[in-house]
Design a protein around this ligand. Sequence first.
Ligand code: 3PG
Length: 421
Amino acid sequence: MYKTIKDINLKNKKVILRVTYDVPLKKNGNGWMVVDDSRIKISIPTIDYLLKQNCKIILISYLGRPHGKVAEDLRLKPVVKELIRQLALLNNTKGNLTGLAAKKVKIIYLKDCVGKEVEYKIKEMKPREITLLENTRFHPEEEKNDLKFAQKLANLGEIFINDAFAQSHRMYASTVGITNFLPSAMGLNFEKEIKILTKIKTNSKKPLVIIIGGVKINTKIEVIKNFLKQADWILIGGVAGLIFLKELGYNVGKLPNDTLKSQTNNSIKKILAELLPFVGEKIILPIDGIIEKTIGLKKQAREIDIAFLNSHDLSECSILDIGPQTIELFSQYIKKVKTIIWNGPMGLFEKEKFSQGTKKIAQAIADSKVYSLIGGGDTEEAISKFNLDGKFSHVCVAGGAMLEFLADKKLPGLEVLKIKK
Ligand code: 3PG
């Protein structure tokens, strides 16, 4: 049993609301704009609930991976415009900046999340005002779950509500440490996700296939081991698939820096070694891929068979998508199951020439009439891009947290919300 927002008296309180505004951004003139608004949309019911309780709302989140330093391209400022739009929609106005809610609810953005200036501005807040604090990951203390930093955050409010299920697998000051100092509970979206995912975990129909892709491999590799018990097959594409192929001795070309760091991590290496015997049986890897090669003066996408990878010089190339044979292979598995769980794109879907793997796998899942759970910010962005919204049984904005919850791992941000007996 967990403590939820409904268990706390919030009337007129100053509430720190932990949200997941880790949203994709793209350059827009001199500034940045939000590309996919799903993570903002799901925060609105809890914000609305708090507004109705006449609360002052302090929003906190991290965005991207700035590694403890200020990064101008990872500021939360672009979220404000989207938040105003979503709040306006809530009041059935046309959803533009002159909407009723936008006039009524003041949103203040601050360029830091702690410090004198922040404290001063928060003291000035009036009921029904919203303050969005800056990216907590700009401070190295956040990822260390530093208690002094957590207390500084906690001192800004009277109650802590965590609605950031997607970041609850991180043991951070803003998800865990802060709960030492304030009465804490989960928000409406967090509660909803836990209910849905618990049902899937305990009640899903077999056979079950889990499809994993994307670039954030460290948490994924760990959960794959737990999934061996639950899943009939695990299909692995994206950078996660390349890591397995590399471990099997294939030359997979260039990999992202974060991935290389994770791959040299000893515990990841150990898990990979334990998983290799399952490849070809329960774990299914890509059999071909798409690379980008400079031919003459032009960069061209080329199909490449995994079996022949080592006869190519890929020192300057990356494998950026799964190929047509892998799409066919993965689709065969999708056709023979009763439950599908998918997290992580199959390739660099943002670029048209590397989007086919993700697009066709998404389409194959959408066409299957079985229960389908899709998770993760990038995966969600991909299905919107391919106009497949509404074609899946449930779309969860959490990626890593969703996988860890389903794989029976303890989520630190959830554990601290348990009602102690
Ligand atoms: C996500 O996008 O899955 C969450 O925001 C977590 O991001 P992280 O892996 O950078 O902590």
